[in-house]
Write a protein that binds this ligand. Structure first.
Ligand code: HEM
Length: 227
């Protein structure tokens, strides 16, 4: 007798994988932090300046990944990409970019727990606007990160919330991007170096969005991306 198998929808399986990987990554981060506290008690402190450089570098990389993911998301639904790149590949690249941006942002925030340059606690990282350094600017970064997670995770919930709601939630990406930009400009200490980058990247995204809106014919059939 043939064995009956229950097919798990790919999206649900993908969401489960992300939750499991997220839990493993959180456990590793917690273990690493605990180990660093133990070493600190033994007088082995991390070099403050190196931690500070790593915070800034990871913030800059997270920002560029977020911009790349947003740009690819806009291009993905345009003719240019649809004609040249297979839908599954285009979608996979968008997913990888957005989750890597989230991972790098989490790493960027996590590093604030190390060294003595900033005096952050886990609660300061999770609750917006309460931290010891530039609470408004950093709070905007925290809200931006939550929106990044929400918009990326919503893809896996299309079956439950429907494609229309998914699209509406997905527009929050723009707000996440704006919040990340304001956060980067106001909280960053490398303003003079990075401000031209923020302006150039934001202008590029604005023009891409404008081109996408103008190119959209009102009754053109839309390709719906599913995994
Ligand atoms: C939990 C969320 C976040 C926290 C707690 C946080 C915290 C901080 C802090 C304290 C700084 C100042 C570092 C310094 O320059 O001295 C900073 C800068 C920065 N953050 Fe974040 N951030 C968060 C999320 C994000 C996100 C989502 C992005 C982008 C996707 C981002 C990108 C940046 C950039 C580019 C800088 C400027 C680096 C520099 O110019 O020195 N941050 N962040």
């Amino acid at each position: 007798m043939a064995m009956q198998t229950t097919a798990v929808p790919r999206r649900t399986a993908g969401f489960r994988k992300i939750v499991i990987n997220g839990a493993i990554a959180s456990a590793l981060l917690a273990a690493f932090y605990a180990a660093s506290l133990l070493l600190e008690r033994q007088g082995l402190e991390l070099d403050n300046e190196s931690v500070w450089y790593a915070i800034r570098a990871s913030g800059a990389v997270a920002y560029l990944l977020l911009a790349a993911s947003t740009a690819w998301g806009i291009l993905l639904s345009g003719k240019l990409v649809k004609r040249r790149v297979p839908a599954a590949l285009a979608l996979e690249l968008h997913t990888i970019l957005s989750w890597t941006a989230i991972g790098m942002s989490v790493y960027h925030a996590y590093l604030l727990l190390f060294g003595r340059f900033f005096d952050y606690t886990v609660v300061d990282l999770l609750v917006p606007f309460v931290g010891p350094y530039e609470p408004l600017a950093v709070g905007l970064g925290i809200v931006g990160l939550y929106l990044m997670i929400l918009t990326s995770a919503s893809f896996y919930l299309i079956d439950r919330i429907g494609y229309r709601s998914f699209r509406q939630v997905h527009y929050l990406t723009y707000i996440a991007y704006v919040l990340a930009t304001v956060h980067s400009v106001l909280a960053g200490s490398d303003g003079l170096l990075f401000n031209p980058v923020y302006v150039a990247v934001s202008a590029g995204l604005f023009l891409l969005t404008l081109a996408r809106i103008l190119a959209r014919r009102p009754h053109a059939p839309r390709r719906i991306y599913t995994s």
